[in-house]
Design a protein around this ligand. Structure first.
Ligand code: ACO
Length: 334
């Protein structure tokens, strides 16, 4: 997607952010709590990942429950009614049911009977894939007011006996409301300016769930080759950030805020070093949320908007990498 028009007088439809909301389940699980379940320590988890605590969904609290809270908060922030929404895209790898899409449950619970709703599955990159998809449908005129949600209950697919994975993840949800508006076609426009998604399925089994409908007829548990994921993460994330900036024709130092997927503090530090990003421009929430997969980017974004760091007209770069491998980025003006 190119952000620029060859004719600078031509207007462009832009997906402009109108509201944001997020939700974390009440229950907080600290590293010390985990040390009572598996052979680990607060020191090990902090040092290797930067994680201090994560939130865990209550018994019976589903992905759609978390998503509903985030969606309602985003709609309130936008000052919009649910029935103004004509498209809902939910990024999740932990749907309520195998089918239908959890997004349709959210649509019904919001009382929306028009438009469309569907899920996107790109694991930790899900929100970036969903945002890029929403942008494409908006600029081609198929949707005007869109809810893009990332929501996960990863606690349900963790092997609570595997200390290599269960310490990394948490539950949560975040949502954005976007509206199509006419822009000038220049990078000074508010809204999504550029985006890119990638995948490489050769790495399918480096981060996967060992069950599924068509293979085992079970839900399965998350399995990961941690060092392998780590090795690819910094490289993929750095390249997608550079490519997305290039599509928009901007340089790294023009970006006001980097809001990365929150997997691991060491991945964020490695990326910052490689791209020479100013550490104070990077929004970090992995300490408090852990890795919430598709929910992590909108959760981090909401924190930085609510605490006043991200302001109207700031240039913000979102990025993520996850299972598949999948990875992607979105550059937007808040
Ligand atoms: N507590 C204590 N010891 C542990 C724990 C734990 N929770 N987990 C693993 N160990 C041990 C291992 O058993 C191993 O012990 P050994 O040497 O006696 O065999 C030792 O620590 C080193 O294990 P490694 O897996 O090599 O540890 P590493 O330094 O690579 O750190 C980690 C592991 C944190 C998972 C790291 O590989 C990593 O961050 N990888 C990226 C994975 C990631 O972030 N995934 C999220 C999903 S993908 C994404 O979102 C980008």
């Amino acid at each position: 997607m190119n952000a620029k028009n060859s004719d600078s007088h031509m207007t462009t439809r832009r997906a402009v952010i109108k509201g944001i909301g997020s939700y974390l389940p009440e229950r907080v699980m600290t590293n010390d709590d985990l040390a009572k379940i598996v052979d680990t320590s607060d020191e090990w988890i902090r040092e290797r990942t930067g994680i201090v605590q994560r939130h865990i969904a209550a018994d019976g609290e589903t992905t759609s429950d978390l998503a509903m809270h985030a969606a309602q908060r985003a709609l309130a922030d936008a000052g919009m009614q649910a029935n103004e929404i004509d498209l809902i895209i939910l990024a999740t790898s932990t749907p309520d049911n195998t089918f239908p899409a959890t997004a349709t449950a959210i649509q019904a619970r919001l009382g929306i009977t028009h438009g469309a709703a569907f899920d996107i599955q790109a694991v930790c990159s899900g929100f970036i894939f969903a945002l890029n998809t929403a942008n494409s449908l908006m600029i081609t005129g198929q949707a005007d007011n869109v809810l893009v949600i990332g929501a996960e209950t990863f606690s349900r697919i963790l092997d609570w006996e595997d200390r290599g994975t269960c310490v990394l993840f948490g539950d949560g949800a975040g949502a954005l409301v976007l509206s199509a508006e006419e822009g000038s076609g220049e990078n000074s426009d508010r809204g999504i300016l550029a985006g890119k998604v990638r995948s490489d399925g050769r790495h399918y089994d480096k981060l996967y769930v060992d069950g599924g409908v068509s293979s085992t007829q079970t839900v399965g548990k998350l399995r990961m080759q941690g060092p392998e994921v780590f090795k690819h993460a910094v490289k993929n994330i750095s390249s997608i950030i550079s490519e997305t900036a290039e599509i928009a024709g901007i340089t790294m130092d023009e970006v006001d805020w980097f809001v990365p997927h929150q997997a691991n503090k060491r991945i964020l530090d490695g990326t910052a070093r490689k791209l020479k990003l100013a550490p104070e421009k990077i929004v970090i929430t992995v300490d408090k949320h852990g890795n919430t997969s598709a929910a992590s980017v909108p959760l981090a974004l909401d924190v930085a908007v609510k605490d006043g760091r991200i302001k109207k007209n700031d240039l913000v770069l979102l990025e993520a990498m996850g299972g598949g491998f999948t990875w992607g980025a979105v550059l937007l003006r808040w």
